[in-house]
Design a protein around this ligand. Sequence first.
Ligand code: AMP
Length: 506
Amino acid sequence: MSASLFAFVRDRNPDLSRPFLETPDGRKMSYGELFMASARFANALRALGVDVGDRVAVQAEKSPEVIILLLACARAGAIFLPLNTAYTTAELEYFIGDAEPALFVCDASIREAIAPIAAARGVKAVETLNAGGAGTLTDLAAKQDDTFDDVGCAPGDLAAILYTSGTTGRSKGAMLTHENLVSNALTLVDYWRFTKDDVLLHALPTFHTHGLFVATNTLLMAGGSLLFTAKFDADEIMRLMPRATSMMGVPTFYVRLLQHPGLTREATRHMRLFVSGSAPLLAETHRAFSEKTGHAILERYGMTETNMNTSNPYDGARVPGTVGFPLPDVDLRVVDPETGAPLGVDEIGMIEVRGPNVFKGYWRNPGKTAAEFRADGFFITGDLGKVDPDGYVHIVGRGKDLIITGGYNVYPKEVETEIDGMDGVVESAVFGLPHPDFGEGVTAAVVLQKGAAIDEKAIASALEHRLARFKQPKRVMVLPELPRNTMGKVQKNVLRDTYKDIYAKD
Ligand code: AMP
């Protein structure tokens, strides 16, 4: 059997009448229909001149056609390359130049702007795919045959390239193989106990690993189905919940559901599983959700380059503030970031992982690839963390967010945990800013509850008794909200940029 993602999906779904997907506006698709649609799209790719190994770059709003196109690429031996819908035309120019796709798929509204850029870079065709799934690509596919002679592929062949969010420097294309995707999805089916009877609430975007692979591939491998919404809307999710068994989301989804009056024990009693990832879930959110619903959210940790690395257990304690245990087949270690020497229990250092889930390298960037892998095959994640005495992994933050002030290392998470524990505080972000005396000054941005009795001064003085002097923020700022990207990650680079001069004036 071919090692392609599609071959596995088809092999595991012999009953073609089973449902695969439904949208809130009543669109339904069975596995049989999915397979035929992917054949038509694969034929359309061929008709457009897409060959084996070619990239198919896709900047499209979420629709079932995005998933059909992912599978069509796998069938045709092409490499699926999704792009964040927030990218501007100027940014797309970089991606087109770097990826050199044979086909560029985009919303009709930008086709005219993209066509000359694409033509200048040798892209063979530009086709449209709009919100809702209509477009010139879909029209072309509709005219094609619904059978396709699949290209056989090896486990190490590329299935997708996903550009990392790249908060420093240009974003890099992570090359993911069929084996990376297949092995991780099969692991998650077992670990999270997905079956054909599962119905997953899918409100995540489809240009990012979470919505595209974790949520979709896992259900495809289990033969379950998706309740597929265009975006996250708490009212819509609560309306659909009675028909679901499970949900995967970013922490923001859970924060918003907690504010919804419909979220009760009764409304969620039938649910089997809530999974969170892509950004840290506050322990407070975990506790509040469990008090309100009786469900312990299962938090897991992964990244574009590695798929999923760790997960809290299905049975057993799902510990708030931790990301659980390394998944089967994933080797995980914490090392000294400078020397690479392994560290002991509870010692904070760089998290490194190795396994069939870990990507092949950065697209056309052997230098960067070499720099981020150790000689023994471990990938340096860039995340700082520790393993506690019970084996649970804790993430402390990104390595580049580490603050060095007066020669001392400060882990933002430690300061954030202290601030978040204060009455009246919703959340905080601690980051370093250029400081004339200390190199970097510890700075805290804090979001308060409405009508909170606490203010900047009170927060700063409360910390005086709790943290060593060098860890205390030199400035505490109250903000209405923290800047976040679409995956709910707090953008500390935006905070660093916005406030970069505040100590210069001191
Ligand atoms: P991305 O490649 O966009 O999926 O981002 C991956 C990064 O998100 C990781 O390297 C972590 O820094 C962060 N991340 C993902 N899941 C978690 C989690 N459960 N807790 C804390 N950070 C996480």
